[in-house]
Design a protein around this ligand. Structure first.
Ligand code: CO
Length: 211
């Protein structure tokens, strides 16, 4: 059996197992999704949003990219955010990074990863530059990467708050709450590092006053 055939066979077995437990499961879920959470996480295969939070299909709306970035020119991220916030009416948006993130580590080098990856990693280098004084003072490279991971999550949460999508929902419906988390590959535990309630203060230049 090829690895691809195995995926398909495992899918069949999974669907049969669910149906045996709960015959109406798929029929019920096919009618609507009302997730309470939007998850913006890293694409890393070791950080599956639903597995590590014990949630079921239908509970978390998910967007993943390298190093869980919120980039304001990323139409994919913005579409997911707009749909989740304005239509699905999620109550929480979670940006979840993880220690040992390859994207974070790559951005801390001076290596040329070529074209598109350089473009993406540039966004993480910008976060490093913002916090370079604190980061440069950390001698151990792994500790420095861990701290950048935390600071990056915090910056990405603040990037969410800079969008009119979030500011409009805050103004009209006092939601969603924004959360910055970091997942530990070594212990499987999530550490909350930063959050913003609806209506939190942000730098005035980013605040829309005519929404
Ligand atoms: Co990662």
């Amino acid at each position: 059996m090829t690895p691809i055939d195995k995926l398909l066979a495992d899918n069949k077995a999974w669907a049969a197992g669910i149906k045996a437990d709960d015959p109406e499961y798929f029929e019920r879920l096919s009618h609507l999704q009302t997730p309470e959470f939007l998850w913006i996480g890293c694409s890393d295969s070791r950080v599956p949003a639903d597995r590590i939070t014990g949630t079921q299909p239908g509970e978390i709306f998910v967007h993943r990219n390298i190093a869980n970035m919120v980039v304001h020119t990323d139409v994919n991220l913005l579409s997911v955010l707009d749909f989740a916030v304005s239509h699905l009416k999620v109550r929480h948006v979670i940006v979840c990074g993880h220690y040992g993130c390859g994207g974070i580590k790559a951005a801390m080098t001076n290596h040329d990863y070529k074209y598109v990856l350089n473009m993406w990693l540039r966004n993480i280098k910008d976060v490093y530059r913002l916090h370079s004084r604190e980061l440069d003072a950390i001698a151990d490279p792994e500790d420095r990467a861990d701290r950048l991971t935390e600071l990056n999550v915090r910056e990405q949460v603040m990037h969410l708050a800079k969008t009119s999508i979030i500011q409009r929902a805050w103004k009209e419906e006092q939601r969603p709450r924004l959360h910055g988390w970091v997942y530990g590959l070594k212990d499987g535990l999530i550490k909350p590092v930063f959050d913003m309630d609806a209506g939190s203060k942000l730098d005035p230049i980013y605040k829309y006053d005519d929404l």
